[in-house]
Every structure is written in C-alpha cells, then in structure tokens.
Design a protein around this ligand. Structure first.
Ligand code: NAD
Ligand code: UDP
Length: 320
C-alpha cells in the first residue's frame, strides 16, 4: 500500500500540475495546490475542490511559502514561450526566487523536492540527441533567456541545497509535453495547430517548419515525474523525461490536418529568435533508473487531445 503523504504541488492549477494533483489524490495523498493563476485556472482543479484531501492556495512562489509537507513538486512557471516572454522579469523571479523559497521550505520540513526543469537548459543544442551530461548552448541575451537561464539557475540552487544541507532533490528535464488540459490560447505548437485546424484557420508554421521537437503525452510524463520523485537512487541527478519520437513541425501539421479532417492550409510566419533547430531526449537514464519509458506515440496522444479541444471549443462557442 502507498504511504499517504502531504504533498505541495506548485503550479498545480496549470496543464501538467492539475493532472499531477489528480493522480496524487488518486493515490490517497493530501494535496496542497499553490498557484497564482497566471496561466493556470480554477477550472483545471474544480473537480477536486470538494475533496477534503485537496486544498487550493492562491499565492506566488516568488514570496516565502509556509506549509507543512513531506514532498514538493515545483511546477510553477509559465511554460509557453508566448506567456513566459510576456513578462520576462516575472519569469526570472518565479524561477529563481521560487526555487529559493521552496528549497527553504524543503529544509524546514525535511521534505523531498522535485524541480520541473526543462529541455531548454540545453538551449539550441549542438549535440543530438541530448543527454544529461550535455552542458547546452543557451543565449544569455535573447528573448528565451528569462526561461532558459531561470531554469538553469534554479537547477544550480537545487544541487547546492543538496550539497550544503543534504536536501533530497529530484530534477526532471521535461521535453515538449502536450495533451488534454491545455489552454486554447496556450500558444505552444500542438495546441495552436489543433485549435487552428478545428476552427478552419490556416496553421501558423514558424520558419520553414523543418525544425524538430519530440512530443510526450501528458500521462506518460506525469507517470515519469512521480517515479522520479519516489526513486531513491535519483537524488541530485538530472533526468530527461520525454518521448524520443522526433518530428518536424511540417510533419506535425500534416498529422493534425489528417486526424482532424480539416481543410485548413499552412501560413508561414517568421521564426522567433533563438528557436532551437532540433530537440530529442536521450532517455537512457530515465529507463535505467526508473524503468520509465513513454507508452503513447504521437498519433495515439493526439486523438484524446483533439477530442478535448473539440469539446472545449464547442463550450467556448456556446458561451460567446
Ligand atoms: P502551465 O503554464 O500550464 O502551468 C504553469 C503553472 O504555474 C500555471 O498554473 C501558472 O499559473 C503557475 N505559475 C506561474 N508562475 C507562478 C508563480 N510565480 N507562482 C505560482 N504559480 C505560478 O505549464 P505546464 O505545461 O503545465 O508546465 C508546468 C511546469 O513544467 C513548468 O514549470 C514548465 O516550465 C515545466 N515544463 C513543461 C513542459 C511542457 O512541455 N509542458 C516542458 C518543459 C518544462
Ligand atoms: N511553432 C510553430 N507554430 C506555432 C507555434 C510554435 O511553428 O503556432 C514552432 C516553434 O517555432 C518551435 C516549435 O513549434 O519551433 C515548438 O514550439 P513551442 O512553442 O510549442 O515550444 P518550444 O519547444 O519552442 O518551447
């Protein structure tokens, strides 16, 4: 039987955080969800509000956090470039001050803490696929730096708290993850393409569309986060979590058009500054340490995602 814990999930009203809260409640844990609702929404956790083991705290991780918990998952930070770039200074504050505040809380409670880090710590990678020992190729000056450097600084704090205070830390380097629960205006490529296809609008392909990403389905990713948190051998080791299947944006667009039956065309737009050319995780460490590997391929993950957005857009149209 699973030992019942008190677990803090920051960013718990977001896309991945709300799904994680549901999974933790399903295992019988007490869940404290902390979120400032910047990109998250109460709607994402509405189904948990009547559960006596669930508590929602509207707060900012850049401010000191007070709670008594056994584990902390730090997912607080807008993940979509559109949203994290709209207030880059707030993004840096969230990443760095948030990490400091939550690590202090972990020391106080003797709690184990997991950081939702990112493949963006590798920047525009010169090594392919990316392994955890690759140090990355990140711009300090560009528009993605608030996120990339913020997440890198956060990781550094995690390793230093581990060395100085013996804090049990877990670092998940998450690669592009999609699925039901995303906002229609999230701005990331999978939600953009599916929403545009369903609305009969042209799909906005940035650049020539030949850049690649590896897309992981939400359920696989959250299973990986929970396995990493509870793995005794993973202390202070960064672990890539993602699906190694690699696709160009043109391949993704064509799959979405095929699966939605949409007659939309493509609309080519300028490539944003510092947009990584290629990205694919080497998941050897996750497989050997956690026995984890993704089970849901892109086509199988897009089906429920398209169903979710079909229903969501229907509701939005009725409400308008
Ligand atoms: P999301 O934007 O849906 O969720 C982020 C949540 O954090 C939102 O609920 C938002 O309101 C909250 N938040 C933002 N700033 C905050 C602050 N200062 N204080 C409290 N709450 C705050 O994004 P997501 O896709 O669910 O990503 C969750 C985490 O995983 C993020 O940390 C992100 O960097 C990381 N990640 C996600 C992906 C991905 O592809 N989904 C990839 C790499 C890393
Ligand atoms: N992209 C695109 N059209 C969109 C949104 C994104 O072509 O409407 C591209 C973007 O330039 C990038 C890739 O899709 O090359 C993934 O972008 P996303 O914002 O999802 O995540 P990133 O990996 O860049 O953080």
């Amino acid at each position: 039987m699973v030992d019942k814990k008190r677990i803090l999930v920051t960013g718990g009203a977001g896309f991945l955080g709300s799904f994680l809260c549901g999974r933790l409640l399903g295992e019988g844990h007490h869940v404290l969800c902390l979120d400032n609702l910047y990109t998250g929404s109460i709607d994402n956790v509405r189904g948990f509000l009547d559960n006596p083991r669930f508590q929602l705290m509207q707060a900012d991780v850049a401010e000191p956090v007070s709670a008594s918990v056994d584990q902390i998952y730090n997912l607080a930070c807008a993940a979509s470039p559109v949203h994290y770039q709209s207030d880059p200074i707030a993004t840096m504050r969230t990443n760095v001050l948030g990490a400091l505040n939550l690590l202090d809380l972990a020391v106080k409670c003797n709690a184990r803490i997991l950081q939702a880090s990112t493949s963006e710590v590798y920047g525009d990678p010169l090594v392919h696929p990316q392994r955890e020992d690759y140090r990355g190729n990140v711009s300090i000056t560009g528009i993605r730096a608030c996120y990339d450097e913020g997440k890198r600084a956060a990781e550094t704090l995690f390793y230093d708290y581990n060395r100085m205070y013996g804090t049990q830390v877990r670092i998940a380097r998450i690669f592009n993850t999609y699925g039901p629960g995303m906002r229609a205006d999230d701005g990331r490529v999978v939600s953009n393409f599916v929403v545009q296809a369903l609305r009969g609008e042209d799909l906005t392909v940035y650049g020539d569309g030949l850049q690649t990403r590896s897309f992981c389905y939400r359920d696989d990713l959250v299973r990986g986060l929970m396995a990493l948190m509870n793995c005794e051998e993973a202390n202070a080791l960064p672990v890539n979590l993602g699906n190694p299947g690699e696709f160009t944006m043109l391949e993704l667009a064509s799959l979405v058009l095929d699966m939605t039956g949409s007659t939309s065309g493509l609309c080519f737009q300028p490539l944003p500054q510092d947009d990584p050319v290629q990205r694919r995780p080497d998941i050897g460490r996750a497989t050997s340490l956690l026995g984890w590997r993704p089970e849901i391929g892109l086509r199988d993950g897009l089906s429920p995602t398209i169903r979710y957005f079909t229903e969501k857009l229907g509701r939005l149209a009725v409400a308008a």
